[in-house]
Structure formats: structure tokens, C-alpha cells
Design a protein around this ligand. Structure first.
Ligand code: ADP
Ligand code: MG
Length: 284
């Protein structure tokens, strides 16, 4: 780091009086240089908090190490928050559901220990897939979105879509000559959630796109698939028993299957409300 030099030893006092920069000026210039360094390095949060940290350093008598740690700690926290926000934006979570607000008492078929284990993200390290099967309203999307949120929070690149959206996007990509790019896009996330397989019939081309996505992720990255149809009817869902068998082979090779029975949570709620209304009505 260079400091401004206003005089040299050869300058005589007769031509110009020796100028000793006041320490405050020297400090101001050092401060400006430090800010400039932070700006060049794009450490904007550290730059913004520099005055406060320097004030604190003086006021609290911080060591240089402690002051530097505080300044860079601010930058690291801000960077992590930005990265998390960007991962959550990218994930396209369709609902605010979290694992914490899943009511296990209402859904005895879901083992809280299994979800707690999945929440650690260990399955992502071994590219294990998760298949959730159950009727509408039993909490499949809730759990899948909760796991996706957890994965994004842990630091994994995550993306949530539906089988119908995936098929439609691949269809457009094929028409517009972006097939390879789109396949790379679906290969990218460490966790891909494909929700609602089986609600809408997939066209043959859609089934083949889904197969390719699952096949290229196989053994490398995890996929969560949710469906309302038992795997025995996937031949129908995908319009081709051979494609269905090949897809299931890859999906289930290393997987956790959650077979969720029970009532629809939505309808439970609805029944409870109707019951309360009816009870209220009969008491009036
Ligand atoms: P599915 O995807 O199986 O059709 P959802 O996950 O969309 O069902 O659940 C329907 C609604 O009920 C959602 O609002 C979800 O948050 C809620 N829900 C379902 N099961 C539970 C549960 N066990 N605890 C809390 N909310 C639940
Ligand atoms: Mg759903």
C-alpha cells in the first residue's frame, strides 16, 4: 500500500517548508484507500459498515484481528443471505409450506423420524430419490415443498415443478430447438421435485421427456416425485408400459417410498368446519 508522499529528503527548507501531513489527513487518506479496496473487491456490505466497525473498534478497544473479523463477518453474513435468497427464488416453491408446520398427528402414515432424517439432506449426498404416493390432499406437496425449502436452506440448488409443467416446457423446447439446454437445466439442481404425476395424462412426448430427465439424473442427483397413482398404473399414466418400467427402474433403484394413506387434510378441515357449522346451527 502506498502512502502519499509530499516531501522528499532532498527538498530543502529554503525552497519549501517541510510539510508533515497532519495525522488526521493521513488517516483520512488511508481510510479512503481502504474503502476503495473494498469497492474493488465488491465487498459492499463491509464498505458500508466500515465507519461503524472502526468506531466500535475505537470505542471497545478492539484488536486489529477482532475488528477485521467483525468487518468480514458482516460481509460473509450478507453474502450468505443473498445466496439463500437467490436459491429460494430459483427453487420456485409453489407454497409457503414448511416441514415444521406439518401436523404428524393428522397423518399417522408419515413417520416423523423418516422426515427428520430426510430433512438433514443426507439422501441428497447419495442421490437417493423420494417417491410419495397418496390420494389428493394427504400432504404430498406440503412435504415435497418442505423438503425442497430445507434443501435450499442447507445450500443445495433446488427446483420445484409439476409433471405437466415439465412436459410442456420440454415440448416448447423441442419446437424451439432448445432441447439440449432444457435437459441440462433439469439435470442441474441437486434436488428436483416433480409434483403431481398422474393428475393429467401425459402425451407420449411428455412421458419420454420425463423419462429422459429421470434417466439423466439417475445415480447423480436426487428427484422427489409425488403421485396420486399407484406404480402399478404408471403404464397408463405414461401411456407406455416399457417407458413406465424403465422410469420406475431408475427412480426406485435407490429410493425412499412414502405411501401416504388416510384422509385428505383439506377434506378433514372441510368436514370439521361443516361439523362446527352444523353444531352451531343446531344450537341456535
Ligand atoms: P397433496 O399434494 O397430497 O394433494 P397437499 O400437500 O397439497 O396435498 O395438502 C393439501 C393442504 O393441506 C395443503 O394446504 C397442506 O399444507 C395441508 N396439509 C396436508 N396435510 C397436512 C398435515 N399433515 N399437516 C399440515 N398441513 C397439511
Ligand atoms: Mg399436491
Amino acid at each position: 500500500m502506498s502512502t502519499p508522499r509530499t516531501t522528499t529528503k532532498t527538498t530543502t527548507s529554503t525552497s519549501r517548508p517541510p510539510v508533515k501531513a497532519p495525522s488526521t489527513t493521513a488517516q483520512a487518506s488511508l481510510y479512503q484507500q481502504l474503502r476503495a479496496h473494498l469497492a474493488v473487491l465488491k465487498l459492499t456490505d463491509a464498505a458500508e459498515h466500515l465507519p461503524a466497525v472502526l468506531d466500535a473498534a475505537t470505542a471497545e478497544g478492539l484488536t486489529v484481528t477482532a475488528a477485521l473479523e467483525r468487518l468480514l463477518g458482516i460481509e460473509v453474513a450478507a453474502t450468505e443471505a443473498r445466496r439463500l435468497a437467490s436459491r429460494l427464488r430459483f427453487a420456485c416453491l409453489p407454497t409457503p409450506a414448511t416441514l415444521e408446520d406439518f401436523d404428524y398427528d393428522a397423518q399417522p402414515d408419515v413417520d416423523p423420524r423418516l422426515i427428520a432424517d430426510l430433512a438433514t439432506g443426507r439422501y441428497l449426498e447419495s442421490a437417493t430419490n423420494v417417491l410419495m404416493i397418496g390420494s389428493p390432499g394427504v400432504g404430498k406437496t406440503h412435504l415435497a415443498v418442505g423438503l425442497a425449502r430445507k434443501a435450499a436452506e442447507t445450500g443445495y440448488r433446488t427446483y420445484v415443478t409439476t409433471a405437466a409443467d415439465l412436459a410442456a416446457r420440454c415440448h416448447r423446447a423441442a419446437i424451439e430447438g432448445r432441447w439440449a439446454t432444457t435437459m441440462r437445466f433439469y439435470a442441474g439442481p441437486t434436488l428436483l421435485v416433480i409434483d403431481e404425476l398422474g393428475y393429467l395424462p401425459l402425451p407420449a412426448e411428455g412421458a419420454s421427456a420425463l423419462f429422459q430427465v429421470i434417466a439423466q439424473r439417475y445415480t447423480k442427483t436426487s428427484t422427489i416425485v409425488t403421485t396420486n397413482r399407484p406404480i402399478t398404473s404408471w403404464g397408463e399414466v405414461l401411456g407406455d408400459t416399457t417407458v413406465a418400467a424403465a422410469l420406475l427402474d431408475r427412480l426406485l433403484h435407490r429410493s425412499v417410498v412414502l405411501d401416504i394413506g388416510g384422509d385428505s387434510y383439506r377434506l378433514r378441515d372441510h368436514h370439521a368446519r361443516t361439523h362446527t357449522l352444523r353444531a352451531a346451527a343446531t344450537h341456535v
